[in-house]
Design a protein around this ligand. Structure first.
Ligand code: UDP
Ligand code: MG
Length: 152
């Protein structure tokens, strides 16, 4: 059953920050109707990123991925709303930007799989795990006045 309060972890990667796409990514989630419940910039340590990507530790691209993700600050966000995880992934596009449809974030702003500018949780369970990892301080509970115009 769709959940109006589902949460997903969205992160602008170092290349997205360097290329000035932070505002664009935030704007897309805002305009879609999602509610921002946490936001911060972090220059993550390799140890922290290894935890975030622990399930990929055996992949050949893992060392390069960690180096890339630690090369500069990232912008960490939690967005809440109807079907946030699946819809967030759809808004990001495919992992490989060449396979991402135009109109998606990666499909509009990226070309290389190893420089795909943004992260989005792939399941509700991983979203909760990632939110706890990046926001141990918790998220902000608030109500948007627009909610009654976004939800039925
Ligand atoms: N990645 C890569 N080469 C690959 C597959 C993935 O460099 O062949 C990187 C890419 O930045 C991707 C990240 O590793 O976003 C995490 O991979 P995952 O399969 O979880 O893709 P995502 O969930 O980000 O779409
Ligand atoms: Mg993933």
């Amino acid at each position: 059953m769709p959940n109006n309060a589902e949460r997903t972890y969205i992160m602008v990667k170092p290349d997205g920050v360097q290329r000035g796409i932070v505002g664009e990514i935030i704007a897309r989630f805002e305009k879609r109707g999602f509610k921002l419940v946490a936001l911060k910039m972090v220059h993550a340590t390799k140890e922290h990123l290894e935890k975030h990507y622990a399930d990929l530790a055996q992949k050949p691209f893992f060392p390069g991925l960690i180096k890339y993700m630690a090369s500069g600050p990232v912008v960490c966000m939690v967005w809440e709303g109807l079907d946030a995880v699946k819809t967030g992934r759809a808004m990001l596009g495919a992992t490989n930007p060449l396979a991402s449809a135009p109109g998606t974030i990666r499909g509009d702003y990226a070309l290389a799989v190893g420089r795909n500018i943004c992260h989005g949780s792939d399941a509700v369970e991983s979203a909760e795990h990632e939110i706890a990892l990046w926001f141990p301080e918790g998220t902000i509970q608030h109500t948007l006045a627009s909610a009654e115009w976004v939800f039925e």
